[in-house]
Design a protein around this ligand. Structure first.
Ligand code: SAM
Length: 287
């Protein structure tokens, strides 16, 4: 097995195959040898587990996952990497590589057909240009998975793991808190990648909750959250009327019903207040 962390090995494989990095696809490959074993171990790769990996690149993390898990399905969008993965990971018989955009795949169906009887986890070094859409898809599709363990930009890690009600929190923080418990596992400096990105990264873990919080109406809840967080630094009164297209007087009545001070900011509201706001909005609309 070649050492896929070694920049000289990576360069040799890529130049022999005429491969050049695509910035557009967020291709920064890991060269720090300590990171992938830690993601694999903390991420649930073990006997009896099935792993979905998003964006295997040339297979450096995939290799560590295949060594530990029962089965790995790696989803890679860049067709140029498929034959390369065939070469670098040829020894692993428990691996299936799928050439697709993860955002277009029916992951529920993939889990049913590939991982019968296994505990399923997602592990990745995600392409940074679509971190949030991928995480939102993994959570909102209500997949039968235990956890998502992934590398993300440090700033995204801070936002995703921020406590609700803090300045870093955004709509995605609310969604993460609703579906899972988030924690930062460890930091990864920018020098751990080739080519080197301009920012540092962190590995986070999202452990899926068995029961989601009671929020009155899930669809309405997320419509309100997405709306008011686009105006998160405004007062909740202005954010609610502006983003939901309702009269100020009506927004005022909803906030009164919810017991929320109109001068507060959306970013200051915790899960409980957002849930109460959703109920008040629903009841006010019902008349
Ligand atoms: N796992 C490798 C590593 O750690 O060295 C590569 C990680 S690199 C940050 C992200 C990978 O995701 C690239 O291989 C890229 O081609 C792939 N990718 C980008 N967009 C994707 C998408 N929409 N669906 C699946 N893979 C994607």
């Amino acid at each position: 097995m070649q050492n896929l962390h070694d920049p000289a090995v990576i360069k040799e494989i890529l130049s022999r195959r005429g491969f050049t990095f695509s910035k557009k696809l967020g291709q920064n490959f890991l060269i720090n040898p300590t990171v992938c074993p830690r993601i694999a171990e903390l991420g649930g790769a073990r006997e009896g587990s099935g792993i979905i990996e998003i964006g295997p690149g040339i297979g450096v993390l995939t290799n560590e996952l295949c060594k530990r898990a029962e089965k790995v399905v790696a989803i890679e969008l860049d067709g140029r990497l498929i034959p390369i993965l065939g070469e670098t990971l040829a020894e692993h018989k428990n691996l299936k590589v799928v050439n697709a955009d993860v955002l277009d795949l029916d992951l529920k169906e993939l889990i049913e057909s590939e991982f019968k009887g296994l505990d399923v986890y997602v592990c990745a070094n995600l392409p940074y240009y679509i971190t949030s859409p991928i995480i939102m898809k993994l959570l909102q599709d209500r997949l039968p998975i235990k956890a998502v363990t992934t590398m993300v930009q440090r700033e995204a890690a801070d936002r995703l793991c921020a406590p609700l009600g803090s300045r870093e929190s955004g709509a995605v923080t609310v969604a993460v808190e609703y579906y899972c418990e988030a924690k930062k596992l460890f930091n990864v400096p920018r020098g751990s990648f080739m080519p080197q990105p301009k920012v540092d990264s962190s590995v986070i873990q999202l452990s899926i909750r068995e029961n989601t919080p009671e929020v009155y109406d899930e669809a309405l809840f997320f419509r309100i959250v997405r709306g008011i967080f686009t105006l998160r630094r405004k007062t909740v009164l202005n954010a609610l009327s502006g983003s939901m297209g309702i009269e100020k007087a009506s927004a005022q009545r909803i906030l009164e019903r919810a017991g929320i001070e109109p001068s507060r900011r959306p970013e200051e509201l915790d899960m409980q207040s957002l849930a109460v706001l959703c109920r008040a909005y629903g009841e006010e609309s019902a008349g």
